[in-house]
Design a protein around this ligand. Sequence first.
Ligand code: LMR
Length: 401
Amino acid sequence: MSNPVFSNLPAPKPDAILALMGKFRADERSEKIDLGVGVYRDAEGATPVMRSVKAAQEKLVSQEASKTYVGPTGDQEFNALLADLALGNSVAKERVASMQTPGGSGALRVLFELVNEAKPGATVWVSDPTWANHIPMLNAAGLTSKTYPYFDAASGTVKFDEMLAALKACPAGDVVLLHACCHNPTGANLTLDQWKQVADVLIEGDLLPFFDMAYQGFGDGFEEDAAGMQLVASMVPECVIALSCSKNFAVYRDRVGAAVVVGASEEDAKLAMGQMGSIARRSYSMPPNHGAAVVKGVLRDAALKADWIEELESMRLNMLNLRTALANELRRLSNSDRFDFLAKHRGMFSRVGLTSAQVDWIREERAIYMVGDSRINIAGLPADRIEYVASAIIDSLANAD
Ligand code: LMR
């Protein structure tokens, strides 16, 4: 062929998290530890299928009568159950449009496209920093990104005053992307009072809140993690939410999520649902249903739901214990409170506050993998190797800048 079609393609931009996964797999050192990708691991280092999920799956497999298409918007009972889980009674049900998507990422993409249809090229303000895939995804949907200050690396806390000032200066009609809980990558989150102040600024500035809710139940508790988002939703005229079940149901590869729109009116919600269905149809046509059917099986069965909440709570407490143990060990080894913030953070992630040279040193010399910005997945810490990880962090301070 004289002009091969694909020869002129640019090389792909590497994704920091996925590139690290590849490097970890290729590393042959037996002592290696993966603190990179956000996957929950138990004490044995495994990511098991949850008890409640397994039970619902077994029931589904034995009773499922058909695998015919579910339609572009998915299973309506699943859609309602997911919206309820995230929103509770914070808004009137008629104002809610909820659509099953391939994972939380599918929900993000659908919602970015929906926003772009309603406001072509709109600006989305994202926290500095944010999840590595937010900006590529919203750009791919035609939107523009700008950042608002969020994380103060020196103290490990939210720069709330600066954040609020930046939001106050956003032009009316812009979109503000907010991590509903368990901020990724920093682990630093807003208090309920701060959420209230954010809501006031959003209303005053006529800004659209766009929530990414990927870790409900991994922070302060299942209800607590949704409280800030529910408060905002109850106050603002409209908002959107990308929901993921990957982490809290541990159904990562099954791709389960939902795109939710709270419209200003019932009519607006219907319009949004119609457009989301069209976006799905022209992108992937219909969502996968096995994982969503399993999640629905858990949520519609009171006993399974109670068991799921119990399992989720034990995962949350396990992460909290690991946080405290790591912070204590770092306090002991450094003889300082420099890393105490790790115990105050919530969710899977924290930014340790190392330079990229220190992160590289830790990976090369100690076989510990963290993302280049020094984000660690707390759930990836083996409980019996906390001292090894803490020592590596302390040693990196002296051996690399
Ligand atoms: C992460 O941030 O590690 C997870 O959300 C997984 C991913 O797809 O990046």
